[in-house]
Design a protein around this ligand. Structure first.
Ligand code: ADP
Ligand code: MG
Length: 385
């Protein structure tokens, strides 16, 4: 996938709509660094905004219409006005920008009456890197600028993108994706206390690298697995007499765990210990102890594998191979699980050839090569002018 630039986006806009854009905005994708299924359990999560982005260029439309185009798509979608109902079929991606446009009104923010909009991206959609939140945030900044408002606090921007996805796309996502894309800063991770939500930036050393190994496998029953885990966590919290599992320390849980069935005990132990690992990771990052961060990441994976049971043999093999590599600090499944991707934290001397070697072993065992992406912690959503 080639990387777009401010100039290439403006050229695409010109060839699509016959004039220059009035504004270009950009928002990054993200990886879940640590904090697995902690968000809906009242816990914390650490995200990394990454140097892969969605760009949105826009200009007012003189005919009062809404026109939308995504580079690589077949044709411009042209709407006389707000379509109201959710769009289905090949143009359904337009629900994201249209949802953002409607959300501006819901948030009492100015809304441009009409627009021509163009999207370009080097973020693979559906790879667990949150292209959807990046599209929402870049759209929000571009449309707000068209309406004469050049700035929005990052927490409002994140809430607006999440509202658009929840209400107008119909995906019940938490705040990790939009919060990380809004608050990202080069050389930092984003800490989110999902209860507030409250956001903070945590320094991330320049000599540490992120690698994604995307298996591209997705379990057919994935929605059912999510719903089951969600319900198990609610049931465990209720049986333990707390509002959220993250209300308990590991010691408090150990004292009460006999009240739970074996399955619920495993789920609760994962969430409570994972929430503690997020805190320990922040502390290790603050002291610059990357070896400790790496151990916490791999411990998070082992907990997903054995306690939360949301891993797969393909993800486990990748983590085993990575964890045994001398230039890798730690590795874990990232995102919901039941397929998807593994993230590795590596030292400077982990090379593309090392990654390719791991991919070869994975292909021999599981039939296909994972998609490999080398990433750095990047700046959050911004206007490019
Ligand atoms: P993820 O956010 O993990 O990438 P999602 O399923 O949440 O996966 O969001 C992917 C969807 O976002 C795509 O199916 C598409 O509708 C929309 N999207 C993402 N990137 C683009 C793009 N460059 N152009 C148009 N739509 C996009
Ligand atoms: Mg998404």
């Amino acid at each position: 996938m080639s990387s777009p630039s401010r100039e290439s986006i403006a050229a695409q806009f010109l060839s699509t709509y016959g004039r220059a854009p009035a504004v270009v905005a950009r928002a990054p994708g993200r990886v879940e660094f640590i904090g697995n299924h902690t968000d809906y359990n009242g816990g914390a999560v650490l995200g990394a905004a990454i140097d892969r982005y969605v760009w949105v260029a826009a200009a007012p439309n003189a005919q009062g219409r809404l026109r939308l185009f995504s580079v690589g798509g077949k044709s411009v979608l042209e709407l006389p006005s707000d379509p109201g109902a959710r769009i289905t079929g090949p143009d359904s991606w337009a629900n994201y920008p249209l949802g953002v446009w409607r959300s501006l009104k819901d948030f009492g923010l100015p809304q441009p009456a009409s627009f021509d909009l163009l999207v370009d991206s080097d973020l693979p959609p559906g790879a667990g890197l949150s292209s959807s939140a990046a599209l929402e945030l870049a759209t929000a900044l571009a449309l707000l600028k068209l309406a004469g408002k050049a700035d929005l606090p990052a927490d409002r921007l994140a809430a607006l993108g999440r509202h658009a996805e929840n209400q107008y796309v119909g995906v019940p996502c938490g705040i990790l994706d939009q919060g990380t894309s809004a608050f990202g800063q080069a050389g930092h991770l984003v800490h989110i206390d999902c209860r507030g939500p409250a956001f903070a930036r945590v320094p991330f050393p320049a000599n540490a690298h992120l690698w994604i190994f995307n298996t591209r496998e997705k379990h057919a029953l994935i929605d059912g697995f999510y719903a089951t885990r969600n319900q198990e966590c609610l049931d465990a919290a209720k049986a333990l007499g707390v509002a959220f599992l993250a209300d308990l320390t590991p010691a408090q849980l150990a004292a009460k765990i006999g009240a739970l069935s074996p399955a619920l005990a495993k789920r609760a132990k994962h969430i409570v210990e994972e929430h503690a690992r997020v805190r320990d990771t922040v502390e290790a990052l603050r002291r610059g102890d990357l070896a400790a961060v790496g151990r916490l990441l791999t411990a998070s994976h082992r907990s997903s594998q054995h306690l939360f049971e949301n891993s797969t043999p393909a993800l486990d093999l990748l983590v085993d191979l990575l964890a045994a590599h001398p230039a890798v600090l730690g590795a874990r499944l990232t995102g919901g699980g039941f397929g998807g991707a593994v993230m590795a934290l590596t030292k400077d001397n982990f090379t593309a050839a090392d990654a390719a070697g791991i991919a070869r072993v994975h292909r021999a065992a599981h039939g296909r090569e994972p998609e490999m992406i080398h990433l750095q912690a990047a700046d959050g959503a911004m206007l490019l002018g």
